[in-house]
Design a protein around this ligand. Sequence first.
Ligand code: HMG
Ligand code: MG
Length: 298
Amino acid sequence: TLPARIRIVEVGPRDGLQNEPVPVSTAVKVGLIERLLAAGLTAIEVGSFVSPRRVPQMADTAAVMARLPPNPGGSYSVLVPNLTGFEAARAAGAGEIAIFASASESFSQANINASIAESLARFAPVAEAARAAGIAVRGYVSCVLGCPYEGAVAPQAVAAVAQRLVALGCREISLGDTIGAGTPDEARACVAAVAAQVPPERLALHVHDTRGLALANIRACLDLGIAVVDAAVTGLGGCPYAPGATGNVATEAVVADLARLGIATGVDPVRLAEAGRFVTDALVRAREEAARPGQSVQ
Ligand code: HMG
Ligand code: MG
C-alpha cells in the first residue's frame, strides 16, 4: 500500500546551489529559503560547513543561517564533514546536521578525501558531539545506484553503510542516487536491501534526474515504506565531485506526482512556483552579471 503522506526534504539551497559556478548572494539564498518555507517546506537543507576551497558557493552558510526566520516544528539542516564543520554548525545554531558517507570507495575519496571506513571513523565523534548538544543527525549514503568512477554498486554495500550510520546515531538515512544512474527496478532492489536492515520509515530517497527516471524511481519505492523524499526546487543542482550528474529531482514534480497518487506533502504548489521563479530569476541575473565584459567568472 502507498503511504498517506510523504515528508519532503528540500535540498535546493544546498545540493541545488553548491555546484552553481557563479556566486549567489547570501540575500538570494535567504530569500529562497523564506519562500520555500512559505510554500510549506519545513525541512530544508540550508547549506554546508565544508572546505570553502572545495565548495566556495557554501562558504556563507553561517551568514545565511543568521538571517533565517524561525522555523518552529521544522528543521534547518546543514552538511557537516568533520568536527570543524560541526563546531561551525553548532555556533550557527543548527538544529540538525547531516553527515555524508558513500557506498563507493572512489567517490568517498573524491568527495571527502577519505575511505569509507575512515569517513565513518571521522563521523563517529561528530555524531557523538551532536547527540550531546541535542542536535539531530541525518546520514547520507551516496552512490547507492551507481558511482561515477566505479559503475555498479551492490545493494549490500549500501545496506552495510546505512547500518553503520544508524549505529552512529543517525535518525534518518537518505539514500542518494548521486549521479541519477538508477532504474526503478534497481531503486526498488536497493531500498528493499536496506529496509531489511534499517526500518523503512527511517529511510529517505535522494534522487538526481540525470536520465529522467527520478520520478519513476521514487514511485517504485513508495510501497516499500519509505517516508521521506529529498528534492530541489526547479530541479537545481549537481555535485562537484560527480561529473556529468544533473540536479535533484524537482520538488514541483515530486509534489505533483505524489498528489496524483493521493499522497499528501503539505506543500502549496503555487507558492512553490513563486520560490522557483525567484531563484531562476536570481540565477539568470547572477550569470549575466558574471558574464559582463570586464568581469571575471569565479
Ligand atoms: P581534506 O581535503 O582531507 O583536507 O578535507 P583537510 O581536512 O586537511 O582540510 C583542507 C582545508 O579545508 C583546510 O584549510 C582545512 O582547515 C579546511 P587550509 O589549511 O587548506 O586553508 N577545512 C574546513 N573548512 C571549513 N569547514 C570545514 C573544514 N574542514 C576542513 N568543515 C574535507 C576533507 C571533508 C573537509 C573536504 O574534502 C571537503 O570539504 N569536502 C566537501 C565535499 C562536499 O561538500 N561535497 C558535496 C556534498 S556531498 C553531495 O553532494 C552528495 C549528497 O547530495 C547525496 C547524494 O547526492 O548522493 C549529499
Ligand atoms: Mg545530492
